[in-house]
Design a binder for this molecule. Structure first.
Ligand code: B1N
Length: 821
């Protein structure tokens, strides 16, 4: 696999095909007016290459009986596909020239594309990066997910407040997906379980379901970079199993005929927009089950196409990775299928599941740990609940009782069922009990999973809990999004760094080279000029590319502490008002974040930042030294524009709360310097770049624990720090909301009477100090250039190819396509 893959088309061939497709899809007379038609024709042209490779890939794996990795995730944040697919197929320049000869800039064609936004944030984007790496490294992998009609909502600001509108990513079709009617599945739910006595005295359980939903698969091809592989992401859409009831319709019951269909189609209608909070809604539960059941049936179908009824190879051929607990029901569905449909003995079925499932934990936040009520389980999935009880009984009696005999407290703590006024199923416990490996997503997080979240499980199953540090694909997050920097790196690095990111370390030797510094920083400047235009277009704010571009882009959540940065902005503004000559390099704070629609304080934080931005951006007294912009509708496509232009990467979560973070990796890779806490992957980034090339501040995980143990009182900071007091008091006035005092009070309340749950005030002073140090460093151009270069050079560890290799070596035990065995 070392040799480069041949370019699949010449420019002339590419152009010819585009014109052919245009003939079918639109009139060519008005071509100049129709970039959308060109986009579609280009996608269809690329698909010709893609689908040929997909067929080859499938053929190869069938012949070689490669073990298949099945990645189950409720979320995939794919972003746009065209630019990435062109890069991965080495067709970028070909397409660029072909499109230019038709009178278009390729970038303008990309702008016509929709984001596939079938996810909320880091967890969904990680799944997308992993699919890219799996295909690039020639592994036999399928991603399974839901074909949401509406992905994550679009965000607008009306007078500073977030407004959500529906995402219509496939209103007029999506060129990348193909419907696969031959792989439709039928999914039972509701109903009751009948016990039938067998002749031998045993009991056979029969589930009589109350409803059947049809699962229709849509395949999105996943193109590997410079590899032989095209894999698929298979997304399930729900439909009514029997079509429209014409008899009912003809008899006049128009509404009723529609309602069954509507109910079925509601399941895949919309992505739940909550990031790290358990919505606990019945529809979400049914979504999870629907997608798990479709996927398990599909995995079995694919296996049987090769191995027929011989189950002996199943656990050697199939591994299923659960992306958090959201797909946990897959475990119960596989158990049910083996026992009820294939007559497996319970022990054999369970042993098999324990060889097949692995689980990734992505968060320690209690509000994100999923629990479903036993009553809901019983109503929707009565047979699955019986199986769940049987697993719990086995676990408590055969495993917990052996290590901790007669320890009722321990039983209660570890049980898959949480007792209480309403009995609940702890999904993570089911995952840990049944999976053969459980991993956290950065070293510090995995350590906390062992020590704080699942210490008893770690005792019970000593080698089960492990770490795989997250990574990001350098194809999308450097090569495609930062073409100028990529070219510079190409000129200095001999090997293909996009496939071997560690080779970037060779540019570290140019960190002090004046010419290289100039080239590196002038590319950053060009990227900032472009972003400044984008900022002007989307917010109306003029910003100078000579200012420090300070970026905080991620979901809005209290633990991520956008409001810590906000509070510090208030402090800087105050210092500037008190002394217009206050010594600081001009700085532009750039925020991008969506808040869950029901998350009150997150929305208040957005509003407050927007209001303060209005005031600061229009205040002549501070000579443009401070600007604040909140770019609306943060998404993958916007990240691709912001990240190459960032000087500073804000990674300021409360220590112990951010499992990993992946934006931190993307920003550093593009030469941004991190200001951050010792949390998640920041710890490992600091290890890679060294203390001189990162600004670490704040309380550590242990410090944070000690703060709580000593009785944390936010008023201690408020009363003892004049700046904190003044800034918090400011929020109660109408300074930023003329005529409406108190509009920004919610933030101050949460930080004082609300107990400051994320310890902002305890970190404020050190954060301010780190910012002063950062400001000093930036003023020294040579020093800053050196830091930026070292950040890019030292990000080799954080390619998602390395993460996948870790999964392969430590969890999945796979062999790639074309390897010897
Ligand atoms: O997963 C990312 C990590 O890099 C982030 O640190 C982590 O916060 C994120 C319930 C989640 N954890 N949990 C979620 C998302 C949606 C939902 O409904 C939980 N997201 C993360 C990748 O490891």
């Amino acid at each position: 696999m070392a040799t480069a893959i041949k370019k699949p088309l010449t420019t002339a061939q590419f152009k010819k095909k585009v014109l052919q497709h245009l003939n079918f899809t639109s009139s060519q007379d008005d071509l100049a007016q129709n970039p959308t038609a060109v986009l579609k024709a280009v996608c269809l042209t690329v698909n010709e290459v893609v689908y040929e490779k997909l067929t080859e890939t499938n053929k190869y794996h069938k012949e070689h009986k490669s073990r298949s990795i099945n990645y189950l995730s409720l979320e995939y944040l794919m972003g746009r596909m065209l630019s990435n697919n062109l890069h991965n197929l080495d067709l970028f320049d070909v397409a660029q020239k072909a499109v230019a000869s038709l009178g278009f800039e390729i970038e303008d064609i990309f702008e016509e594309g929709h984001d596939l936004a079938l996810g909320n944030g880091g967890l969904g984007r990680l799944a997308a990066c992993f699919l890219d790496s799996l295909a690039t490294m020639d592994f036999n992998a399928v991603g399974y997910g839901i074909h949401y009609e509406h992905g994550l909502f679009k965000q607008q600001f009306h007078q500073g407040r977030q407004i959500e509108t529906p995402d219509e990513w496939r209103e007029y079709g999506n060129p990348w997906e193909v419907c696969r009617p031959e792989a439709v599945q039928y999914i039972p739910l509701f109903g009751h379980v009948e016990s039938i006595a067998n002749n031998d005295g045993s009991v056979k359980k029969v589930w009589h379901s109350g409803q059947t939903i049809k699962g229709v698969p849509w395949d999105v091809p996943i193109v590997g970079y410079n590899s032989k592989t095209v894999n698929v992401l298979r997304l399930w859409e729900s439909r009514a199993s029997s079509h429209f009831d014409w008899d009912q319709f003809n008899s006049g019951a128009y509404q009723d005929a529609h309602s069954a269909q509507n109910h079925a189609e509601t399941i895949s209608k919309v992505l739940y927009p909550n990031d790290e909070t358990d919505a606990g809604k019945e529809l979400r539960f049914i979504q999870q089950y629907f997608f798990c059941a479709c996927s398990i049936k599909d995995i079995i179908k694919r296996y049987q196409e090769q191995f027929g009824d011989d189950w002996s190879q199943f656990s050697k051929q199939v591994v299923i990775q659960l992306n958090d607990t959201h797909p946990t029901i897959a475990i119960l569905e596989l158990m049910r299928t083996l026992i009820d449909e294939y007559d497996f003995a319970w022990n054999d079925a369970f042993a098999m599941c324990r060889e097949i499932f692995a689980y990734t934990n992505h968060t320690l936040l209690p509000e994100a740990l999923e629990k479903w009520s036993v009553a809901l389980f019983d109503r929707v999935l009565p047979r699955h609940l019986e199986i769940l009880f049987s697993i719990n009984e086995f676990f408590l009696n055969e495993e917990v009782a052996k290590l901790w005999p007669n320890d009722h407290q321990m039983r209660g703590r570890l049980s898959i069922i949480e007792e209480g006024p309403e009995k609940m199923v702890r999904m993570a416990h089911l995952c840990v009990v049944t999976s053969f490996k459980v991993n956290g997503v950065a070293q510090i997080h995995s350590d906390l999973v062992k020590s704080d979240l699942f210490p008893e499980f770690n005792q019970l199953y000593p080698n089960k809990l492990t770490n795989v540090t997250n990574g990001v694909t350098p194809r999308r997050w450097l090569k495609a999004c930062n073409p100028e920097l990529s070219k510079l790196l190409d000129s200095k690095v001999k090997t293909d760094w996009a496939k071997n990111l560690s080779s970037l370390s060779t540019v570290a030797k140019f960190a002090d080279d004046e010419k290289f510094q100039q080239e590196f920083m002038s590319i950053k400047h060009n990227n900032k000029v472009k972003l400044a235009e984008e900022i002007l277009a989307s917010t109306g704010v003029v910003v100078s590319p000579d200012a420090i571009f300070d970026v905080q882009i991620k979901r809005l959540h209290e633990y991520k502490r956008q409001h810590l940065s906000f509070l510090h902005i208030l402090a800087l503004y105050r210092r500037l008002l008190a002394d217009p000559d206050y010594d600081m390099h001009p700085r532009v704070y750039i925020f991008g974040a969506k808040a869950a629609p029901g998350y009150y304080l997150a929305k208040e934080i957005i509003y407050a930042i927007n209001k303060v931005a209005d005031k600061i951006n229009n205040d002549d007294r501070i000579n443009g030294k401070l600007k604040v912009v909140f770019m609306p509708n943060y998404r993958v496509t916007l990240a691709e524009k912001i990240i190459p232009a960032a000087d500073v990467s804000e990674q300021i979560s409360t220590a112990g709360k951010e499992a990993s973070g992946t934006g931190n990796m993307k920003l550093a890779l593009n030469g941004a310097v991190t200001i951050g806490t010792l949390d998640g992957a920041n710890v490992e980034i600091a290890e890679e770049v060294g203390d001189d090339n990162i600004f670490i501040f704040g309380n550590t995980v242990d410090d944070i624990k000690a703060l709580a143990a000593n009785g944390y009182n936010p008023y201690d900071y408020y009363n003892n720090d004049e700046e904190i007091k003044a800034c918090l008091d400011w929020l109660h006035t109408d300074y930023f909301t003329p005529g409406k005092p108190g509009e920004l009070s919610a933030i101050a309340h949460s930080l004082l009477d609300g107990g400051d749950p994320y310890r902002l005030l305890a970190d404020f002073a050190d954060y301010a100090k780190a910012n002063t140090a950062l400001d000093q460093a930036y003023k020294d151009k040579t020093r800053w250039a050196r830091m930026a270069i070292i950040n890019t050079a030292k990000m080799g560890k954080f390619t998602s190819d390395r993460s996948i290799q870790d999964y392969v070596d430590n969890i999945w035990k796979l062999t790639p396509m074309n390897s010897k065995n």
